[in-house]
Write a protein that binds this ligand. Structure first.
Ligand SMILES: Nc1nc2c(ncn2[C@@H]2O[C@H](COP(=O)(O)OP(=O)(O)OP(=O)(O)O)[C@@H](O)[C@H]2O)c(=O)[nH]1
Length: 223
């Protein structure tokens, strides 16, 4: 949604693929993609993380793909995340496939108030296995957890699906910010760990980290 439409426009004064010669260097950089059906909240999720704001009002679907950069400091290491917001609509799928290959991490969202967005997660995972790198980090996120009165997907169902695929899971809200920063922090920690780990160094398990840090929606699950 929002004005972040258009194919691969530049953001924050930096081109996506090439850094200008005098650009600041980062300890670790990583490409993260937001995936999931149209309307699950990908653009809002990114804006909440980047700007700490929630854009309510008329929903305008993303056209193609767009990106924003954000630097996260993890244990003194600067991790630059280049976050790609993809269009969830089917007609843009061939455009977004081209971007999977060099992504290090994928945040796969469904909407807890929309059953088909949850049912389609298996199809998304099939696409991911077809187009993304084999060792890509995947996280499953049940978004819109603030709308408890319209919930149709139980938290346990998200947990079960995530366990089946061996990926971390949490419920989030792009509106309240619940677990939004945590999702990116967990990704940044994993990317830092993969890039800088040395024999004998401490191990990092992204699923354990997420489980120990995630917040639950304030009201209990329904159904
Ligand atoms: N209550 C609530 N509404 C949300 C949340 N996230 C997004 N929305 C609303 O859901 C609608 C769709 O959000 P978007 O972020 O545009 O969805 P998207 O996944 O980017 O959609 P596409 O660009 O078509 O792929 C908008 O009306 C948002 O205001 C959330 O966490 N809670």
């Amino acid at each position: 949604m929002t004005g972040m439409s258009g194919a691969a426009a530049t953001r924050d004064g930096e081109a996506p693929e090439h850094s200008p010669p005098c650009s600041p260097s980062y300890d670790v950089t990583g490409k993260v993609m937001l995936l999931g059906d149209s309307g699950v909240g990908k653009t809002c999720f990114l804006i909440q993380f980047k700007d700490g704001a929630f854009l309510s009002g008329t929903f305008i679907a993303t056209v193609g793909i767009d990106f924003r950069n954000k630097v996260v400091t993890v244990d003194g290491v600067r991790v630059k995340l280049q976050i790609w917001d993809t269009a969830g609509q089917e007609r843009f799928r061939s455009v977004t496939h081209a971007y999977y290959r060099d992504a290090q991490a994928l945040l796969l969202l469904y909407d807890i108030t929309n059953k088909s967005s949850f049912d389609n997660i298996r199809a998304w995972l099939t696409e991911i296995h077809e187009y993304a790198q084999r060792d890509v980090v995947i996280m499953l996120l049940g978004n819109k957890a603030d709308v408890s009165s319209e919930r149709v997907i139980r938290s346990e169902d998200g947990e079960t699906l995530a366990r089946e695929y061996g990926v971390p899971f949490m419920e989030t809200s792009a509106k309240t910010g619940m677990n939004v920063e945590l999702a990116f922090l967990a990704i940044a920690k994993e990317l830092k760990y993969r890039a800088l780990w040395q024999p004998g160094g401490p191990h990092f398990q992204i699923r354990d980290f997420v489980e120990s840090q995630k917040k639950q929606p304030s009201c209990c699950s329904f159904l």
